[in-house]
Write a protein that binds this ligand. Structure first.
Ligand SMILES: *[C@@H]1O[C@H](CO)[C@@H](O)[C@H](O)[C@H]1NC(C)=O
Ligand SMILES: [Zn+2]
Length: 296
């Protein structure tokens, strides 16, 4: 009995010692690393992402500035059709603060049924935002940054998993919508926003009752931009078929402020300004599903 316990203590000590060494060596190379399950990158060291994640230095990176004078009308772009978004409240969705953003897991039954050359299946959605000092969308339009940005992340189900799809050309799709302060509360965002205090600290998780996920998107999804890019966080995989909607989503200033102040990231600091700088196009074309108004 006591012998077994001594053995266990020794094992624990060994494990602790090992963890200490791990942290020591990691600390020197990556100051932000804190151990298993923790973030291995931060928005403070964006310039260094590519030394650990080579794709972050590639030529098809996201986000980008959308220059509306340079977009090309894409005749071939089909209306986006979304299926399966009105979830029953009995369905519980996981909501988690991962230290970089808040992530709502989505059932694979939510799909982009049409609008791409193949069907995509939902994985998760998350948000990007700024701070009381400034806006925090990732994409910009004609140099303008919006208050925030919603990303719904999808994968091509012909690959076995999200992780496998992430490595394949066209394996991923993201639907992006700009969040903008308006005069009224947006009731459709309440199920998500009211749970934020529950996941204030990094790593915290709760659940949200199913609701109509489609209502988080703009009411008009027929006007959008399309281009080939990447994940905007490490590993920056260049396998994302982006759709950025032209119509913005309005939240009240109070809701935007809640988003800016509800969460903590690394080091118990406010999780704010979780957006990446816009990346060069390197010759890529941005298509628009609509034609600009003549003379506007
Ligand atoms: C939407 O399209 C119009 C017309 O090109 C443009 O002026 C406006 O900046 C666009 N807004 C967004 C958010 O894309
Ligand atoms: Zn994102």
């Amino acid at each position: 009995m006591s012998c077994a316990r001594l053995g266990l203590s020794l094992l624990l000590l060994a494990a602790l010692g090992w963890a200490q060494d791990e942290r020591g060596s990691e600390d020197s190379a990556h100051p932000k690393r804190e151990g298993p399950g923790h973030s291995h990158w931060s928005y403070a060291d964006k310039a260094q992402w590519q030394s650990s994640f080579p794709d972050c230095g590639g030529q098809r990176q996201s986000p980008i500035d959308i220059d509306t004078n340079s977009t090309v009308f894409g005749h071939e772009l089909q209306p986006i059709v979304l299926a399966g978004y009105n979830l029953d409240p009995s369905e519980r969705l996981s909501l988690r603060n991962n230290g970089h953003t808040v992530v709502l897991k989505l059932p694979g039954s939510l799909t982009i049924a049409s609008g791409y050359s193949q069907e995509y299946r939902a994985k998760q959605l998350h948000l990007h935002w700024g701070s009381p000092e400034g806006p925090g969308s990732e994409h910009t339009v004609d140099g303008r940054r919006y208050d925030g940005e919603l990303h719904m992340v999808y994968y091509n189900p012909s690959y076995r998993s999200f992780e496998e799809a992430m490595r394949q050309p066209g394996g991923l799709a993201v639907l992006a919508a700009f969040l903008q302060a308006g005069p009224e509360d947006n009731v459709h965002y309440q199920p998500l926003l009211e749970q934020l205090p529950e996941v204030r600290e990094e790593g915290k998780e709760t659940t949200v009752a199913g609701f109509n996920i489609k209502r988080l998107l703009p009411s008009n999804i027929s006007r959008y931009y399309r281009y080939s890019g990447s994940l905007t966080t490490p590993p920056c995989s260049q396998t994302v078929n982006w759709t950025v909607f032209n119509q913005t989503v309005l939240l009240s200033q109070k809701q935007i402020s809640l988003l800016q102040n509800a969460l903590q990231g690394d080091d118990d600091e406010a999780l704010q300004n979780n957006f990446r700088q816009t990346q060069s196009l390197h010759g890529r074309k941005v298509l628009a599903s609509f034609q600009p108004a003549i003379g506007a």
